[in-house]
Write a protein that binds this ligand. Structure first.
Ligand code: SF4
Ligand code: SF4
Length: 371
């Protein structure tokens, strides 16, 4: 952990795209700018962008910069193994995909009650700890998406865990479905440094509802993202805040306010409290656009994009949302009403969203004339 230079990390889950491919030319520029500004933490996973994130890490970071100039985190994801014997080969493949011979951090990915049971059955924690003892990675941790009691159970059973990655942002702080505050307090109780994911809630805290935007504009300070990221980074014990940057402009903005990080002051905290209230009153679908749900959908429904249309309509009474729904997100793919309710998507959703019910509401909103 001593090799980490600053408390802000490059999440490689939402990289800039050029059609179906990662725009590696742009990613190279972003990586260079990030390192140049004194940051050095990168986060990926085997499934991010259907394998293209690890490839981009290799092409844009590890093959172009000395190993000691960056800190790289990867994860063991439930989708890619069913038994113990599959874990080592998967790990070796991840090293190869990223072009490195060790990871700095290796996390048991998206732990929940269900995944933890599977990881235990497959001796995943034990296998990972063996890999660590062999020098294949340096620090052992988990990323977590479930109730605080489950986090407490995991940390009690595996005191070897060194870091915990949790979803943490000003809207989810006391949100009953996420309970960031309680999860954070458990990390503190167990003395585990915290890595924050989703500080801007999948972009929802960047494109704020108009009333919320007005509150932040009055501060005459930084961007909407800056308040969200500085909020998360300002808590005691936060080792790292990750941002899934997908454009150079976002990176430049983030570098600007995280290079010499300052926590939010009292006035800014008050504004955030107002924004949180406005946000909560809108009752938006709390999808973070992680896209874990989409590869397995037999009807090829672009679930997060349809939820984004629904939220845009609620937030801005945005008529464009209808255009996007019909002409962009469902023209080649399934509509909300095509859902056959198989439930596969819900098993993958780290936010535990009732996707089938939500799609019914989306269909009712956008497919009125056709129904
Ligand atoms: S429940 Fe509907 S949206 Fe989910 S995977 Fe099945 S068909 Fe796709
Ligand atoms: S519905 Fe769930 S799994 Fe799908 S993108 Fe949203 S948060 Fe991720």
């Amino acid at each position: 952990m001593e090799r980490i230079k600053k408390n802000f990390g490059f999440g490689c889950m939402r990289l800039p795209m050029n059609g179906d491919k990662v725009d590696e030319e742009q990613v190279c520029k972003m990586v260079d700018a990030f390192l140049e500004a004194g940051f050095n933490y990168f986060d990926t996973a085997h499934g991010y962008l259907e394998g293209m994130s690890e490839q981009a890490v290799k092409h844009c970071l590890t093959s172009r910069h000395p190993r000691e100039s960056y800190v790289l985190t990867n994860k063991l994801s439930s989708f890619f193994f069913e038994k113990e014997e599959e874990i080592r080969p998967l790990f070796e493949k991840q090293l190869e995909c990223c072009g490195v011979d060790y990871f700095d951090f290796y996390l048991m990915h998206a732990q929940s009650e269900e995944f933890f049971a599977k990881f235990k059955k497959c001796r995943a924690y034990e296998t990972a700890l063996e890999l660590k003892a062999e020098g294949k990675f340096r620090h052992f941790g988990i990323s977590f998406h479930d109730r605080p009691e489950i986090l407490e159970q995991i940390l009690t059973e595996y005191p070897q865990i060194e870091v915990v990655q949790i979803q943490f942002n000003y809207v989810d702080y006391e949100e009953p479905a996420v309970e960031s505050k309680k999860c954070y307090e458990i990390c503190r109780k167990f003395g585990k440094p915290v890595i924050v994911m989703e500080p801007v809630k999948g972009g929802s805290l960047v494109d704020l509802p108009l009333q919320a935007m007005e509150v932040l504009e009055k501060l005459k300070g930084g961007s909407t993202a800056s308040y969200a990221i500085r909020y998360a980074a300002g808590f005691e014990g936060i080792l790292m805040v990750l941002s899934g940057m997908s454009a150079m402009e976002q990176m430049e903005d983030n570098i600007r306010f995280m290079k010499d990080f300052q926590p939010l002051n009292e006035q800014e905290m008050e504004a955030i409290a107002q924004v949180r209230k406005i946000f909560q009153e809108m009752n938006l679908i709390p999808c973070t656009a992680c896209r874990y749900c989409t590869p397995g959908c037999p009807k090829h429904i672009s679930i997060p994009d349809l939820f984004a249309c629904m939220n845009a309509k609620k937030q801005y009474q945005n008529r464009n949302a209808d255009y996007y729904y019909h002409n962009v997100h469902t023209s080649q793919k399934g509509k909300a009403s095509d859902c056959i309710k198989c439930g596969k998507c819900e098993k993958e959703c780290p936010q535990h969203l009732p996707i089938r019910d939500l799609l019914e509401a989306v269909a009712a909103e956008f497919e009125k004339k056709e129904n």
